[in-house]
Design a binder for this molecule. Structure first.
Ligand code: ADP
Length: 451
């Protein structure tokens, strides 16, 4: 059974079921109709015989049969017989029906040449003390004919009905399963050719198969996007690593070829050290992304004093920013506790703060706010720096995205990964990021963390 396709299995199942149901109905119908016809025949026969019996009298020493005595009524033939079974009135052409023994108060059923006959006798005691009998004879031929016809009609119609149902059902199932066959074919094609741009083409519809096909398409879409961004990430990451590697190699080659010494050697090593640091920074960022992608399980969360965390970071950075005359203003609510990963939170805040610093003009002012309401913790970093154009505000969250102004502006050493990481960390904690910015005027980056 398991080797058959679902189409075949379903078709076979309901074909079998239909045959059984129709068979049961047929048998039931036959038994009911037999019973019904017999009861109806008996009732007709008895009523005719009883009516006729009241028309038989003994008057003036003679047996008298009234004119109302009906010898033929509703297919019932009535005759009058004496106690010995001799015919007194009426006639009937089948001898056997006349010779059958007289029996009071019970319908007799006899078979003569393939036909059933119902006989009913009623005894009449006459005034002179003698008995006469009224016998009703009803042949079953008519009733039998109807049943035979009905049975034959059903027997002929049944296979046709089953055939139509099976054919119709098979076509509907075949049509409904078409998208599934498409899906299998597509999955095979993807598997063989590794082409994720393929989709299942399906007309509009709302049944289970359509929903499955749509879900399948969405899943492939997500896989495609995810593979694409993964490919893009690897390409960008390699590109970013290539620059410092090229510089280091060039410095090494130069030193080896020219045998530099003293001051020049120191300079070369300084360059190599700076580039190696850059590479190391990049590599730790990449590793952090990998950790973020692994998700919840790997990130340990604990109760953290956000107020303290922010103060510590600000104190460390403040002196650095003072060199460029950029001031920090803290509006921090005390004792704001959150259930987070401390290291990640610090990374999120440092990224926002260093961006505010990097994209501030000289004499800039940065305001850091932290507060808690009954729904969420809100942390914002506001600067009055270069700002971000409206059409770029969506894109800055993408990995490796940098605005034109940032690329052309001061050498900031960034590669466009900071905000993507900020957004990932926020999401991992069930929170979200928001940017409000005006080009040329400044930006506010806000982190909402639900409690
Ligand atoms: P980057 O390493 O370039 O700073 P980010 O992912 O941190 O990368 O930021 C992406 C881009 O968003 C930056 O290149 C910059 O153009 C813009 N940006 C981020 N923060 C600010 C800010 N505070 N003011 C203006 N532009 C910003």
């Amino acid at each position: 059974m398991k080797r058959l396709s679902i189409k075949m299995r379903v078709t076979l199942w309901y074909t079998l079921l239909m045959i059984i149901i129709v068979g049961i109905i047929l048998v039931f119908m036959l038994s009911i109709s037999d019973d019904f016809i017999e009861k109806d025949a008996n009732a007709t026969l008895i009523s005719v015989v009883e009516e006729n019996s009241s028309e038989v009298e003994y008057d003036d020493g003679e047996l008298e049969i009234d004119d109302d005595f009906k010898f033929r009524e509703k297919y019932v033939v009535s005759i009058v017989m004496d106690e010995a079974g001799n015919l007194i009135a009426g006639d009937y052409h089948i001898e056997q029906a006349l010779q059958t023994e007289l029996l009071e108060d019970d319908v007799q059923k006899i078979q003569i040449d393939n036909t059933m006959y119902y006989l009913y006798d009623q005894k009449i005691v006459l005034e002179n003390g003698e008995n006469v009998w009224v016998r009703g004879i009803l042949p079953d031929q008519g009733a039998e004919d109807v049943i035979v016809f009905a049975v034959r009609a059903v027997m002929i119609a049944l296979p046709f009905l089953v055939l139509i149902a099976v054919l119709g059902g098979y076509l509907i199932i075949k049509h409904s399963f078409h998208p599934i066959e498409d899906m299998t074919k597509m999955a095979e094609e993807i598997n063989e050719g590794k082409d994720l741009s393929k989709r299942i083409h399906i007309d509009a519809g709302n049944d289970e198969v359509h929903k499955l096909a749509e879900t399948f398409n969405r899943m492939i879409q997500r896989l495609e996007t995810s593979f694409e961004s993964e490919k893009q990430f690897v390409a960008n990451a390699s590109h970013e690593l290539r620059t410092p590697t090229t510089v280091i190699l060039a410095q090494c080659e130069y030193m080896l070829e020219n045998g530099v010494s003293g001051e020049e050697e120191k300079e070369s090593f300084t360059v190599i050290e700076r580039q190696a640091h850059k590479m190391s920074r990049l590599i730790s960022q990449f590793l952090l992304f990998t950790r973020l992608e692994q998700g919840q399980e790997i990130i340990k969360k604990e109760k953290t004093d956000m107020s303290e965390l922010i103060r510590i970071v600000c104190e460390e950075q403040e002196r650095l920013y003072a060199q460029d005359n950029i001031s920090l203003e803290l509006q921090i609510e005390e004792n704001v506790q959150a259930y987070v990963n401390g290291e990640m939170m610090m990374r999120l805040f440092i990224n926002l703060l260093t961006n505010a610093y990097k994209y501030s003009e000289e004499n800039g002012h940065i305001i850091i706010k932290l507060k808690k309401n009954n729904k969420e913790i809100v942390l914002s970093v506001e600067d009055n720096g270069i700002g971000i154009a409206k059409d770029e505000q969506e894109k800055i969250w993408q990995r490796f995205y940098q605005t034109n102004t940032a690329i052309m502006g001061k050498e900031n050493g960034g590669i466009g990964l900071g905000l993507a990481m900020v957004s990932d960390i926020a999401k991992l904690h069930g929170g979200r990021m928001q940017v409000d910015s005006q080009f040329g005027k400044g930006s506010i980056f806000t982190f909402f963390l639900p409690i």
